[in-house]
Every structure is written in structure tokens, then in C-alpha cells.
Design a protein around this ligand. Structure first.
Ligand code: LLP
Length: 422
């Protein structure tokens, strides 16, 4: 948890706002973001790179939390955006991220998405296959422009993170094989609709050690030097995102240590660098606030049944992820009960934590999941026809509902019955 979330007079606060007072106003469940914590995370990350004398553009990975207010918070600080769909690109443009600070990644960009991004004039396409390169070339030629391309290289390095969020191993679908990158670069140079800009890589997410970054950056730097010597006009290097955050109280590398690895491994190339951090900038800046609906004491288990479900926070069900659970009221006793913390969804997998020691909570009490600023609202669904949880942003003593809870009418409005059922 960041300093932005803290107990004051026994009550959990987000910056200067008591979280429980928001729960009364907004209803639960809801996501709560601290703008101050986002700004602090961005400043520290980019400051660490600058302190190493690196020429760095930080492109916030929109997928971590695509809310317009979140993207705008970073854009105001000078950030660019890393997008993986036309939807994310439109969001970044809508809040004023300059097109020349936007990079577009992803293995499955459609022709329409490529065309839209070309028209927008983005900084670079991180191309992930020869077929994509050729399609982009054709689209650019039709438009009479050149598409700026970096080749995403898969360095075949184990990021030592959860298997579902590892991207830089040879068996993953991402990037172009290390040994094929040279061929793709040469073809790219010779295609009239393509302008080769550089190399890109991204080896995974929630990376908790520096060694995988170091290994990947060394490999990519070697390829970069080799290809530049061979005459390819490489001018930029995109090192992706992936720096993890402490969900429990584990000791993680800090941005300063990460920046030192960057300087040591690629600094000698003397080219502008791009970074695509997502989780590191927003993860600790968000909570998911929920109310206890019922406490059920089973024969062998104590169940804490919340009004938030796996549809609001998928990470535990999908990755067995651990999120701290904080009572909004600081516990008056040291007594702890091992609770199975569950949501209301009709699936056994709707389980946030098993046997988690928590104070003796009761129906009506409020709790918050920590580290829910990244990949929580962005991965939410309306499964079980539950309404999307609202989002609230706090800055100092100010707060605003930045996305209200829709009504049930709104939920059904876009659906229609076919003629034969009318
Ligand atoms: N760049 C690319 C090309 C990516 O694929 C990703 C994340 C990022 C940047 C940002 O990575 P970050 O700095 O946030 O680690 N839903 C999962 C995480 C999936 C990450 C996918 N790619 C989770 O909840 O843990």
C-alpha cells in the first residue's frame, strides 16, 4: 500500500478523504483511485531514468487501467501511451496524448486498426510478425505514407513470473524470434511503405527480480548493435514494461535499481528509449471497496461473503493472485479469524482468499482490496448481470465519481429481441 492510503483516527483514508464516507455516497462495490499516488509513481519512475542520464519516453500501458482520467493524469505529466487496440488508441487521443508519443503493440492488430493508427500519425507500430509487416506496408502504400515500425523481438528469456503473464519465452505468441529478427528488419527496410525505427521487447508482467530484465536487455542490445552495424537505420529502443509491485510485503526492485540496469545494459547504444509501464504506475494507487453481506460459519470454514465478485477483481480467480484485504475501520482487537473471502457469483472460483486471517468482521462492515489500481476495473465483466462498479478518483481533499454505476435500464438498453420473438 502506498502512503496515499493510510489509517487516520482509526479510519482508512485515501489521501485526505475517509473511504467509508465515499462508500456511503457512492454505494459498494466501487474502485477508488488516488491521483496523487499515480503522479508520485510516474515521477519516481521517469525521474529514476532521467537520473541515469537516459533519454526516455514513458508510454503508460493503457491496458492496466484505461480510464480517461487515469490516462489524462499521466498525459499532464508528459507521458505517452502504449496501446494494444483502436479503443485504447482512441482513449489516449481523446485526452490529448500527442500521437507522436503513442506506440501500438499487440500480435493481432486488424487492418482497420492499422489504418486508423496510421491516419492518427502515431510514433511507432511494434510489429510482431512478418505478415503484419506486409499488411501494414500495403495499407501505408495505399495511403501514400510510410509506417514507422519497430520490430518486437522475443528474447527467449524467462521472466520468472506467472505463466499466464510471461511473454518473452520462445514458446509465447509474442514478438519475432531472436534469430529471425534480422530477416524481418531487412525486409522491413526494403518495403517502400515501411520506415524502420528500431527494436522493441517486453518479456512479461509483475516481474519481481532484475535479472530477467538484465538478461533480456543485454540480448536485445547485442542485436541492436549488430543490426545497426549491418547498416539498418535503428534509432529507438523500446524496453516494454513489466516492473512488478509488492502485493504482499515482499521486497521488490525499485525504479532506481531498474534504471541502473537499463543504463548498464543499453546506455552505450546512445539512442532514445521507450518504456511501457502499466502496473507499476497504477497498481498501488487503487482500491476496490466492498461491503460484507454475510458471514457464514460453516462446519470447517468461516465464509466472508462480499458484495464484490470475481467480475470486479478477476486476478485471484485467474492467476491465484494475492491482494491484501483491509478493514476500513482499524480493528480494535488483535483477534484474527481465518476467513474464506468470497463474492456472490455462482462459481466456486469466485474466491478472493482462502483462510485469510482477518479481524472478526460482520455483515455491513466495509473492506478494501489493496493494489487494485491495475488490471482490476480494466478486466472487469458484467458476469451474472452485475452492474459495473463505479470508479472514484481522489486528489487531496477532492474526490469525484469518474464513472457512475449504470442503471439496470442502461444495462439492457443495447439489447433487442429478434423479430420472431416480438
Ligand atoms: N507492454 C506490453 C507489450 C504488454 O503486453 C504489457 C502487459 C505491458 C507493456 C504492461 O506491463 P506492466 O508494466 O503492466 O506489467 N492481467 C495481468 C497482466 C497482463 C499484462 C499484459 N501485458 C495481471 O492482472 O496480472
Amino acid at each position: 500500500m502506498t502512503k496515499a492510503f493510510h489509517y487516520h483516527d482509526g479510519q482508512l483514508h485515501a489521501e485526505e478523504v475517509a473511504v467509508a464516507s465515499l462508500a456511503d455516497r457512492v454505494g459498494t462495490p466501487f474502485y477508488l483511485y488516488s491521483a496523487g499516488a499515480m503522479e508520485a509513481a510516474y515521477s519516481r519512475f521517469s525521474g529514476a531514468l532521467v537520473a541515469q542520464g537516459l533519454d526516455a519516453l514513458v508510454c503508460y500501458a493503457v491496458k492496466a487501467n484505461p480510464h480517461l482520467a487515469v490516462i489524462a493524469t499521466f498525459a499532464r505529466l508528459g507521458a505517452g501511451a502504449d496501446v494494444v487496440s483502436e479503443g485504447e488508441l482512441r482513449r489516449a487521443l481523446a485526452v490529448g496524448v500527442p500521437a507522436e508519443k503513442i506506440v501500438f503493440a499487440g500480435v493481432g492488430k486488424t487492418a482497420a486498426e492499422l489504418a486508423f493508427a496510421l491516419d492518427a500519425g502515431i510514433l511507432q507500430f511494434n510489429v510482431e510478425s512478418m505478415e503484419e509487416l506486409r499488411l501494414l506496408n500495403r495499407i501505408a502504400l495505399d495511403k501514400g505514407v510510410k509506417a514507422p515500425v519497430s520490430v518486437r523481438v522475443n528474447p527467449d528469456v524467462d521472466a520468472r513470473t506467472h505463466a499466464k503473464i510471461t511473454t518473452g519465452k520462445a514458446e509465447n505468441k509474442f514478438g519475432i524470434g531472436y534469430d529471425e529478427a534480422g530477416d524481418v528488419l531487412r525486409e522491413a527496410r526494403d518495403l517502400p511503405g515501411i520506415e524502420v525505427g528500431g527494436l522493441a521487447t517486453h518479456i512479461g508482467s509483475q516481474i519481481t527480480e532484475l535479472e530477467p530484465f538484465e538478461a533480456a536487455f543485454i540480448r536485445v542490445a547485442a542485436l541492436f548493435s549488430e543490426q545497426r552495424q549491418a547498416g539498418l537505420p535503428l534509432r529507438r529502443l523500446d524496453l516494454g514494461g513489466g516492473l512488478g509491485i509488492a502485493y504482499e510485503k515482499e521486497d521488490l526492485p525499485c525504479p532506481e535499481d531498474y534504471a541502473a540496469v537499463v543504463a548498464r545494459t543499453v546506455g552505450h547504444l546512445d539512442v532514445p528509449l521507450i518504456f511501457e509501464p502499466g502496473r507499476h504506475l497504477v497498481g498501488q494507487a487503487g482500491l476496490l471497496v466492498s461491503r460484507v453481506l454475510y458471514v457464514k460459519h460453516g462446519r470447517s470454514r468461516h465464509f466472508l461473503i462480499l458484495d464484490a465478485g470475481m467480475n470486479d477483481l478477476m486476478r485471484p480467480a485467474l492467476y491465484d493472485a494475492w491482494h491484501d484485504i483491509l478493514p476500513l475501520e482499524e480493528p480494535a482487537t488483535a483477534e484474527l479469524i481465518p476467513f474464506d473471502v468470497v463474492g456472490p457469483i455462482c462459481e466456486t472460483g469466485d474466491l478472493f482468499a482462502e483462510g485469510r486471517p482477518l479481524p472478526p468482521l460482520e455483515a455491513g462492515d466495509l473492506v478494501a482490496f489493496a493494489s487494485a489500481g491495475a488490471y482490476s476495473a480494466s478486466m472487469a465483466s458484467t458476469y451474472n448481470s452485475r452492474l459495473p462498479a463505479p470508479e472514484v478518483m481522489v486528489r487531496g481533499a477532492r474526490w469525484e465519481v469518474i464513472r457512475p454505476r449504470p442503471s439496470y435500464e442502461e444495462m439492457m438498453r443495447s439489447e433487442k429481441l429478434p423479430d420472431w420473438l416480438l
